[in-house]
Design a binder for this molecule. Structure first.
Ligand SMILES: [Zn+2]
Length: 276
């Protein structure tokens, strides 16, 4: 059941644009912590999916939500980041442009890009939009924080200069809520980063979807209210955003898709299947 405007007729298509593996403590607070009785616990490693969402919007054209890590990102990231967040199970079909082709479109057809946040594994694919007029929408707080973090080195590594360039058509949005297009809502959900936004998509057949970006990496963050691990930035903000998303999901009966949860994504059909 849909609860809002039903103008989107074919969307979303879920693009699988890579796999990462890293220690669980990055995603779940306390994961792998040693104790007196177990001073050397098994450190669990976790496989994650990287994803984008492609939306064929009836009035705004082809909208891309998030862009993944970009081409050749292990070299761009370098050591030690690529060792900590290692690319695994790679094949060329996971490249963003190839995933878009799988849907019958070309990356050149994209009319708008929306970023949930600007970390390297979500914004690296912006390299495909350099020198184009395609608007790149991101929350004002995230845009400012990303450039500041790189310029001062205060959070360099999770953000990188590689894609924070002036030949992109940066557009910011402001405040807590924006209906960026009919049936497509963005909500500010700080915590993982200061300017992270979630995207709500309302469809006529499949109802409401919420794409959370890395507000939640894995389903336990949402389903068990298990806070993020070493990648969390502001815990109190995260708690407030968590409450907002739970209430939103409850009143819209939404499907909630997390930033990297392979287990969750495996329950859905990937591109070229298009949900309606
Ligand atoms: Zn991420």
């Amino acid at each position: 059941m849909s609860t809002s405007i039903d103008l989107i007729n074919q969307a979303p298509q879920l693009l699988h644009i890579g796999n990462l593996e890293a220690e669980e403590g990055w995603f779940k607070r306390g994961g792998g912590t040693s104790t007196l009785s177990n001073p050397k616990p098994d450190r669990e490693r976790r496989k994650l999916m990287v994803m984008s969402v492609l939306i064929e919007h009836p009035t705004e054209g082809l909208i891309l939500f998030e862009t993944g890590s970009g081409k050749n990102y292990p070299e761009v990231w370098g050591a030690p980041i690529n060792d900590v967040f290692a690319r695994v199970d790679y094949d060329e079909s996971q490249e963003l442009d190839q995933q878009i082709e799988r849907t019958g479109h070309s990356v050149k057809d994209v009319t708008m890009v929306i970023l949930g946040h600007l970390h390297i594994d979500h914004a690296g694919g912006l390299e495909l939009f350099r020198g184009t007029k395609v608007p790149i929408y991101v929350h004002e707080a995230e845009l400012k924080h990303a450039f500041y973090s790189v310029a001062t080195g205060s959070d360099l590594g999770v953000y990188m200069p590689h894609y924070l360039t002036f030949d992109l058509n940066w557009q910011s949005f402001h405040g807590d809520f924006l209906e960026i297009a009919p049936g497509l809502n963005l909500r500010h959900a700080p915590g993982h980063t200061p300017g992270l936004c979630i995207m709500q998509v309302n469809l006529s057949e499949s109802g409401t979807w919420i794409f959370t970006s890395d507000m939640y990496h894995v389903h336990e963050n949402y389903e068990d209210n298990h806070p993020q691990g070493w990648l969390a930035r502001d815990h109190d903000d995260w708690v407030r955003s968590n409450q907002m998303i739970h209430l939103l999901a409850r009143r819209t009966n939404a499907k909630v898709i997390f930033g990297h949860c392979a287990e969750t994504l495996s329950k859905y059909q990937l591109a070229p299947h298009a949900y309606t």
